[in-house]
Design a protein around this ligand. Structure first.
Ligand code: NAD
Length: 442
């Protein structure tokens, strides 16, 4: 086994999804030797061929560059990943999924499985770095699990290193982070984590393991709260004639509040906010604290997704047999991710009311086909709007901002537009002849 005395760290990243693949590629980009492991053989096969299994800006370039430089590798098993090419992994990052269970708690079974496997394949001191989003005290469980399966009693540490990247700007976020949070319990773990993150600019926040775990859930829940707050304000605006965009601007200029995450719309989705909010609420209840605010944030979000359906009904009355066109299906622009996308709930409700749904997304269409049945997938925005009683903007992709509105209106049966993301200018849209509805704007 080759010994590594340089600043470069031999890293194995388990889980080559949105977080694992981006983290692995970026850690290689800053000079480390990285092996990304995934249990999905199709993903590894694609990556070995240079094909990206996910849509993420700039990822392909970074992956290909680092594969060529010999710093980034792919493996189908943790055993291979931890001992790839005769290099022993000093740090193993866990970046597998932590999906929600029925009761709102996080399903941590993949983390347990990986911990067992890592323990069985250690041959010297190993730092196990928990990167997936998990409830506080998960690292205690990893510790216990590794101890149980580490039959040779090799030394190890468990660190928490929650990830804050956003899909769509993930590569940039990883390489230029606002902060890197690292939770450690020993000096050896801290030193190794400092080596890993030394080449990356951005403040390193070193905390206890539990604090680091909590920072992630608290951050995501706070951001969700901001979104639900402005959406609640948007509802008040609608009832009083105020304009939520002006209100948000006036609020956001206050440095104590900040302008980000004050954009009214049809609610948040994706693989992070909804499940992390639920998991944080569940965890709070488990430890005996009723974090009622989080429940309200969730309720506001659920209501907000239905805002779109309500607005369509206000215009079309009964939806039975009517056609609704949805522009955008992904949970946000610049990603192909359909997990917990608001469009899924909206489509379900529209179909329940007997509406025929046409949908179009510039990037997530193929993923959408796997999880949405019974709708027509259009080839472009104009095809989507064809003969629609109402056209709805669901995801604010850049290409939708540049649509030929006259052509879109000509394709639709009626010039009715419900804009769930406040993408268009209300005055211009009305001037063009649309009956135009948007969120919290008069
Ligand atoms: P993902 O589903 O895209 O990726 C997870 C990967 O892990 C999959 O490719 C899966 O095949 C693989 N995997 C599952 N079990 C495995 C095992 N036993 N061995 C090897 N590979 C295994 O999920 P993601 O979006 O990357 O999220 C991962 C974690 O990071 C979650 O906890 C999520 O909450 C968190 N997170 C996600 C984002 C985001 O924007 N997606 C941002 C920050 C944090």
């Amino acid at each position: 086994m080759k010994k590594n005395n340089s600043a470069k760290v031999n890293i194995c990243v388990v889980g080559a999804g949105y977080v694992g693949l981006v983290s692995g590629a970026c850690l290689a980009e800053v000079g480390h030797r990285v092996v990304c492991v995934d249990s999905d053989p199709a993903k590894i096969k694609m990556l070995k061929k240079g094909v990206m299994p996910i849509y993420e800006d700039d990822l392909e370039r970074v992956v290909k560059k680092n594969v060529k430089a010999g710093r980034l590798h792919f493996a189908g098993s943790i055993k291979d990943g931890m001992h790839h090419g005769g290099h022993r992994a000093e740090a193993v990052f866990i970046a597998v999924g932590t999906p929600p269970r029925e009761d709102g708690s996080a399903d941590l079974s993949a983390i347990e499985k990986v911990s067992e496997e890592v323990a069985r394949n250690m041959t010297d001191y190993t730092l196990i770095v928990e990167k997936s989003t998990v409830p506080v005290a998960t690292c205690d469980w990893i510790n216990k699990t590794v101890k149980r399966h580490n039959k040779r009693h090799l030394p190890f540490d468990v660190a928490s290193n929650p990830e804050f990247l956003r899909e769509g700007t993930a590569v940039w976020d990883f390489l230029e982070p606002d902060r890197v949070v690292v939770g450690v319990s020993t000096k050896q773990a801290e030193d190794l984590m400092r080596r890993v993150y030394m080449p990356i600019k951005g403040p390193l926040v070193i905390t206890s393991v539990k604090s680091a775990e909590l920072i992630k859930h608290a951050s995501n829940s706070f951001l969700s709260t901001k979104i639900s707050f402005i959406n609640a304000v948007a509802n008040i605006c609608e009832k009083t004639g105020a304009n939520v965009e002006d209100v948000a601007r006036g609020m956001g200029l206050d440095k104590r509040i900040g302008a980000s995450f004050l954009k009214a719309g049809i609610g948040f989705g994706g693989f992070c906010f909804p499940k992390d909010l639920e998991a944080f609420y569940w965890l709070s209840s488990q430890v005996g604290y009723d974090f009622a605010l989080l429940k309200t944030v969730k309720d506001i979000n659920e209501g907000q997704k239905m805002w779109l359906v309500k607005k369509i009904e206000e215009e079309l009355w009964n939806l039975e047999g009517k056609t609704v066109a949805l522009l955008g299906l992904a949970f946000k622009p610049e990603t192909d991710d359909m997990r917990f996308a608001p469009s899924l709930d909206i489509i379900r409700e529209l179909r329940k009311r007997g509406a025929k749904v046409r949908g179009y997304d510039p990037v997530s269409q193929e993923n959408a086909k796997k999880c949405i049945k019974g709708i027509y997938f259009a080839k472009d925005s104009y095809d989507c709007a064809k003969d629609a009683d109402c056209v709805c903007l669901v995801t604010e992709w850049k290409e939708f901002a540049a649509l030929d509105q006259k052509k879109l209106m000509a394709a639709a049966k009626h010039p009715i537009m419900v804009d769930g993301r406040n993408l268009y200018d209300p005055a211009k849209m009305r001037e063009l002849g649309w009956t135009y509805k948007s969120v919290g704007r008069p």
